[in-house]
Ligand binder design. Structure first.
Ligand SMILES: [Zn+2]
Ligand SMILES: [Zn+2]
Ligand SMILES: [Zn+2]
Ligand SMILES: [Zn+2]
Length: 394
């Protein structure tokens, strides 16, 4: 662990987690994590190696051998070629032989992910660094079970491409077996971080690719999290591969011993959708304080759809209670507390749904981890007041 702030803990019945080794100030970075590997979603718009946006760059390089990789610079191309799970000759040859016919965009991305995961696995037989990275991937939670999606078609396409690529036979290395394909996909599903791009022209959410981080996925889920991730994928002053690190920052002050929690999906997501996603995608039932509270609310079909009505508060809540009053009371998450929390930490920009993160320790300015917009404490208080008077009118 590259930090003095977070320590790994075992939680009975819930696997592992991370907790604060000492008191933490709002805005402090509690964990920075570099990916085991990254797989891009589509080719052409973002660097294959570091996912940096390519628009406006004049030094991009495309791989003509496979036609499935574009790099933000020659340096990134070399970095990727030397990385067994990046764009090594074995990955490039296998990608060039892939049959993508009739596949959805999601399945194409899954297949690219598998090519890279398999290449790391094969390299781990004879390369010390790859062995450590493969061990980190293999140690992540998630294994294929009867509920897993059918991966036989992806396995077939992967193994056909691997065979036609005629990779050099190195001692001890072999391609994935069907069950290893299913396991890799289960780990991707549970641990993969979708790296978001700026929204499209119609506000549609777009994803650059998926990154697998060794430690970040130890942070468990809560629907009112106490940390959120930030990244520097497009930062001009951060060189690849360091621009691919994620940094988790404390949303508010935390006492020593407190477990760190992140939200696996946007916080404005409604109770039924959160319950469903936790169950279907992550295989657990969320019983966090917010879910306990919201489970008692009368169901409202209007509010059940993502993005609508989630900020509403039921009559009888305590809109007057401030964050300060509600914090430090442990399990408490009444309707008023939830409303204020969401108002404070969900990005105020329409259709963004990013998380407002303190810009740095001790700062009262919050920055959206998706769109980059900023809000001062004074603006937040004004927004809070406006929300209360709008509610009083209703
Ligand atoms: Zn790059
Ligand atoms: Zn290539
Ligand atoms: Zn919950
Ligand atoms: Zn935003």
């Amino acid at each position: 662990m590259n930090t003095d702030v977070a320590v790994v803990i075992d939680i009975p019945g819930r696997g592992q987690g991370l907790k604060a080794a000492r008191n933490v100030t709002a805005g402090e970075v509690i964990l920075s994590d570099l990916p085991i590997f990254i797989a891009q979603n589509d080719v052409g718009e973002f660097c294959t190696a570091c996912l940096r946006a390519l628009a406006g760059r004049n030094d991009t390089v495309a791989c003509h051998d496979c036609g499935q990789a574009t790099f933000c610079s020659g340096a990134c191309e070399r970095l990727a070629q030397e990385d067994p799970a990046g764009h090594s000759p074995a990955v490039c040859r296998t990608l060039s032989k892939l049959d993508l016919h009739g596949l959805s965009g999601e399945s194409v991305a899954a297949l690219r992910f598998l090519v890279q995961a398999q290449a790391l696995f094969m390299a781990s037989a004879h390369n010390e660094a790859a062995r450590g990275r493969w061990a980190a991937f293999a140690g992540l939670s998630g294994a294929a079970d009867s509920k897993s999606k059918d991966s036989s078609d992806l396995f077939r396409r992967l193994s056909t491409a691997t065979f036609s690529a005629q990779l050099p036979q190195l001692a001890g290395s072999r391609p994935f077996l069907p069950e290893e394909v299913a396991d890799a996909l289960a780990k991707e599903e549970l641990n993969g971080y979708g790296i978001m791009a700026q929204s499209g022209p119609q506000g549609e959410r777009r994803i650059r690719g998926t990154a697998i981080y060794p430690t970040a996925s130890l942070i468990n889920h809560e629907c009112l999290p106490n940390v959120a991730r930030t990244d520097d994928f497009d930062a001009a002053d951060v060189k690849a591969p360091h621009n691919t690190a994620v940094h988790f920052k404390a949303l508010h002050d935390l006492p020593a011993g407190e477990e760190f929690t992140q939200s696996y999906f946007p916080m404005h997501t409604s109770y039924p959708v959160r319950q469903q996603r936790c169950q279907e995608q992550y295989g657990f039932t969320c019983t966090c304080p917010r879910c306990k509270e919201e489970s008692t609310w009368p169901s409202d079909d209007e509010a059940d759809s993502l993005g609508e009505g989630d900020m509403e508060v039921e009559a009888g809540g305590e809109p007057g209670s401030s964050m300060e009053a509600a914090e430090g009371e442990g399990e408490r998450a009444d309707a008023g507390y939830i409303q204020v929390f969401l108002l404070k930490y969900v990005c105020p920009q329409a259709d963004c749904f990013g998380t407002m993160v303190p810009s740095q320790p001790g700062s009262s300015v919050h920055v959206c981890n998706m769109c980059g917009c900023q809000r001062s404490e004074a603006q937040f208080l004004a927004d809070l007041k406006a929300a209360h008077s709008a509610e009083a009118m209703a």
